[in-house]
Design a binder for this molecule. Structure first.
Ligand code: BTN
Length: 243
């Protein structure tokens, strides 16, 4: 599987997307860079990462031979691959903040941006962008961010971590291919941040309310237990977890 290493690029997701428009890209083709000049985060945010200290990479996953009914399972497989990788480096107290922020000791260490390639209303491929904080130790203005080094005291080889993540992506995407959806969802829910704990949310209208995160729906909505035993489903754009 090709690994394209770049010194600097605006965004590895954007680079890989452009490549798919220009040539046939092999499954698991990976683009990794030391420095992103315009890294992209979820919901139109910016992903900043100190040059050469962290992993910023994107993986092309061909799913054209599969019928992906629920795209959220791509997010589940990716999140689990990261959790399994980080466990192998003994990173403590890992969780997934819905939909796919990876936390350790309640601090964000990894962000995932998945962009699907859709042809004739079917997902044919996904561009899986991963920003994993590794050896960076200062996160100015980001009190909820951390890195593997801050959590473990160790300095990591970026290539070694990348190898492990790619191996685990293959492992979980093979499970997805075998259509073992219920086990994937069950495993994901095991790591759900603040599951069954009282939490405060803000809805799209700015109203603050509390509830208990229970699980996720097959389409990836967050299911929250509210007053009077009512469980309500929320889409990503409809809810923010405050604490
Ligand atoms: C988030 O907002 O949490 C998602 C961040 C995703 C960042 C990664 S870094 C590599 C890839 N290229 C991008 O431009 N973004 C993703």
């Amino acid at each position: 599987m090709p690994i394209i290493k770049l010194d600097a690029i605006d965004s590895t997701n954007r680079y890989l997307r452009k490549l798919t428009n220009e040539e046939v890209v092999k499954d698991y083709t990976t683009v990794v860079t030391k420095h992103q000049t315009n890294g992209r985060g979820q919901m139109g945010t910016i992903w900043n990462s100190e040059s050469s200290k962290n992993l910023t990479f994107s993986v092309f996953k061909d799913v054209s031979k599969q019928h992906i009914e629920y795209p959220f399972y791509i997010s589940i497989a990716t999140s689990l691959a990261l959790i399994k990788s980080l466990q192998s480096f003994s990173i403590p107290k890992l969780s997934v903040k819905w939909p796919n922020d990876i936390l350790s000791e309640d601090k964000k260490i990894c962000g995932i941006l998945i962009e699907n390639v859709i042809k004739q209303s079917h997902i044919t491929a996904s561009i899986i962008g991963i920003g994993l904080n590794i050896n960076q130790t200062q996160f100015e203005g980001l009190p909820k961010a951390s890195s593997l080094k801050l959590l473990s005291g160790r300095t990591f080889y970026l290539d070694e971590v990348l190898d492990v993540v790619l191996k685990n992506l293959k492992y979980y995407f093979n499970i997805l291919k075998s259509q073992d959806y219920s086990n994937l969802k069950r495993e994901y829910e095991m790591y759900l941040f603040r599951k069954n704990k009282p939490s405060t949310f803000k809805d799209a209208e700015g109203c603050v309310f509390s509830g208990f995160i229970k699980n996720v729906s097959v389409s990836g909505n967050l299911r929250v237990l509210l007053e009077d035993e009512i469980i309500k489903e929320y889409d990503l754009k409809d809810i923010t977890l405050l604490y």
